[in-house]
Design a protein around this ligand. Sequence first.
Ligand SMILES: Nc1ncnc2c1ncn2[C@@H]1O[C@H](COP(=O)(O)OP(=O)(O)OP(=O)(O)O)[C@@H](O)[C@H]1O
Length: 251
Amino acid sequence: MQCLRRGALKPKRCWGTTVQTKRDMRVIEFENVAYSYGGGELLSDISVKLAPGSFHFLTGPSGSGKTTLMKLCYGALLPTAGHVSLFGKDVRTMERDDIAMIRRRVGVVHQDCQFLNHLPVAENIGLPLTVSGRHAETGGEDLQELLSWVGLSSRADALPPELSGGERQRAALARAVIMSPDVVLADEPTGNVDWEMSQRLLRLLVELNRMGKTVLIATHDLGLIRATKAQVQARVLRIANRRIQLAGADL
Ligand SMILES: Nc1ncnc2c1ncn2[C@@H]1O[C@H](COP(=O)(O)OP(=O)(O)OP(=O)(O)O)[C@@H](O)[C@H]1O
């Protein structure tokens, strides 16, 4: 999968001087983080580090704050206390260029996919390239390769509402990685699909990790976690009582 290899889709000018990934740097780091939507604290005193190339699951009961924590991971939310650093840079002090860089380096598969329903699948997947003005640079080849990788070449012209649940999730994954990010965050990527499809999605995520990408998956699906642990070294973070616990061998 050439177009996803590290750096393959990066612009000719490299990422710049303000945000760099050194080998020993944590790509995502939480230090005593708390978050509240206005009432009591939903997340408290969370400290966690994701090293480059690591594979993590985030699990916990419904409403425990998995999606909220994912949003903190890509700067969509700012912590109400503590510090979140992305590629060594505190999210609070990021400037516009840093935020643009984070958008390129972190690919997100949203829980509800968030497609533009009036645009065909291929255009939805290619939207990050179009928005960044890089579609012409790649000549659309990367898009074709990605569609093939996720098994959606024959659905390129379909509209999102015409897709099955598994097709939607694969299209969302393709869109998340089209900018060749260093980090892939997937929020319940197997939420509405059967076991066979969840295994297929899992294989794609494991493949991305083997390319060197840091992967974080939020899921309720303990079967998925067990299946993954047979294929790749994965750490499981569990939200319980507003805090993160490192889950043990019971998973
Ligand atoms: N924008 C918001 N404003 C106020 N409360 C919110 C907002 N977003 C989420 N919440 C609340 O925060 C809590 C955690 O939500 P979140 O979606 O992070 O949990 P989750 O663990 O991902 O849940 P699920 O597994 O059901 O997707 C819930 O009680 C939710 O209602």
